[in-house]
Design a protein around this ligand. Structure first.
Ligand SMILES: *Cc1c(COP(=O)(O)O)cnc(C)c1O
Ligand SMILES: [Zn+2]
Length: 403
């Protein structure tokens, strides 16, 4: 039996097909490449292989042909948590939270780091690189370390200290930069094109983003259907495009009978896709203002920006931008109502859902799922408040008087 159903690559711009190999862009037109699989009519149960753990249960729709190349730390199989208190409060019939904070480094990035490092091994690369504001660097360095591949990780000097400390233990070479993120990405992209390292960046490598596709499969498996709305944060667009690909593949294989309405969620400080979608104009990179949601602070996502826009336009999607205050409110409500502690970038999708409900942009009788993309344990957080107490039995006993 074939371990992976992957067949080759196809250009999403000119439609030209290519053999299965490591390519970063279409040799003909420079367009964005997608992987193609031999999709057959199948049930989800046929697809899943429980001899593997986490997202690798879906290895037939992942691009690794030999299981010996898989580098894994148990990523995927994250909980899909119902939100029975938050849903009525914000005004929606059913809400599910795909909580990615349980991944090995605490974020959704582990899914793509696993497919990236496994692909690097598959194609014989000895090094891998990425430019990061925190999560991508931590995650990729960890998986490279696990897979014994040399990693050159570029990290913004104002990254979260916990993430940088984690990264410095895992990276072969940690390089701190102070200037513009978008500039550095261009330089690193050149080095990658010269073959100096495997591309661990999010902008174009078709092999890397496949891991995030498994989010769609896991949601459909858990719910045995697809919810009406899917709220996804968008920085470069990997999560959005990969999850879209997952739903699309499942529909082609007859596993689900429809697509959810795709909602692209960005920060008001970095919203090139939302701006283009709402104005009806072509995609334009924008400048970025500081935001607490550092993981989505991207003004120039490269070729995936127009691709996200195209998916939104073809499938009657929605695009919303949220403020830092709305993000903090979502963080607080998620903790208070559902007991989940996520970082600011992690709740951008939920903040957008709250905004959509408030503005009556979606029907209150619908169902939605939000990807909560990171744990709250690795970001800066507001100061704690509690009360200072005396420690005698009398004083401690009095503290329970209100129970
Ligand atoms: C990178 C990141 C995102 C954005 O993902 P893209 O695939 O680049 O759009 C969202 N949330 C978290 C926590 C991230 O680290
Ligand atoms: Zn092409």
């Amino acid at each position: 039996m074939t371990f992976s159903w992957v067949q080759g690559l196809v250009c999403s711009d000119c439609g030209e097909a290519f053999d299965f190999r490591y390519l970063l862009k279409c040799p003909k037109c420079g367009g964005l490449l997608d992987l193609v699989y031999d999709l057959r009519q199948a049930s989800l149960a046929d697809l899943v292989d429980d001899n593997f753990q986490g997202m690798w249960r879906f290895h037939k729709v992942l691009p690794i042909r030999n299981p010996a190349h898989i580098v894994t730390l148990g990523e995927g199989s994250t909980p899909l948590i119902p939100a029975p208190r938050l849903a009525p409060l914000i005004g929606i019939k059913a809400l599910y939270l795909k909580y990615e904070g349980t991944n090995p480094t605490g974020t959704v990035k582990d899914r793509t780091s696993s497919t990236a490092v496994s692909s690097a091994k598959q194609f014989g690369s000895r090094a891998i690189t990425v430019v990061s504001t925190g999560n991508a660097g931590t995650s990729l360095a960890t998986y490279a370390h696990r897979g014994e591949i040399y990693s050159v990780i570029f990290c913004y000097h104002r990254g979260d200290p916990i993430k940088m400390s984690h990264m410095s233990l895992m990276a072969s070479k940690l390089c701190i930069f102070e200037g513009e993120y978008d500039d550095l990405i261009r330089s690193v992209d050149r080095c990658v094109e010269e073959g100096l390292a495997f591309d661990g960046g999010a902008t174009r490598n078709p092999f890397k983003h496949e891991g995030k596709k498994t989010i769609a499969y896991e949601v459909a498996e858990a719910l045995e259907t697809v919810p009406d709305f899917f709220f996804s944060p968008v920085a470069v667009g990997e999560i959005f495009i990969a999850t879209y690909r997952g739903f699309d593949e499942m529909q082609k294989m007859g596993m689900v009978d429809r697509m959810p309405t795709m909602v692209c969620c960005q920060s008001m400080q970095a919203q090139p896709i939302v701006a283009a979608f709402q104005s009806g104009k072509p995609f334009q990179p924008t400048s970025v203002q500081p935001t607490i949601a550092k993981g989505v602070a991207v003004g120039d996502p490269g070729p995936k920006g127009p691709r996200v826009l195209e998916i939104l336009r073809q499938h009657s999607g929605m695009a919303l931008a949220v403020s830092d205050a709305e993000i903090q409110e979502a963080q607080r409500l998620l903790a208070e109502r559902e007991g989940l502690w996520a970082g600011p970038t992690g709740v951008v999708s939920l903040a957008a859902l709250i905004q959509a409900c408030r503005n009556k942009a979606i029907d209150s009788k619908s169902s939605a799922f939000c990807i909560i993309t990171e744990t709250g344990l690795t970001s800066q957080y507001p100061p704690a408040h509690g009360q200072v107490v005396k420690t005698t039995l009398e004083d401690v006993r009095r503290l329970f008087s209100c129970v």
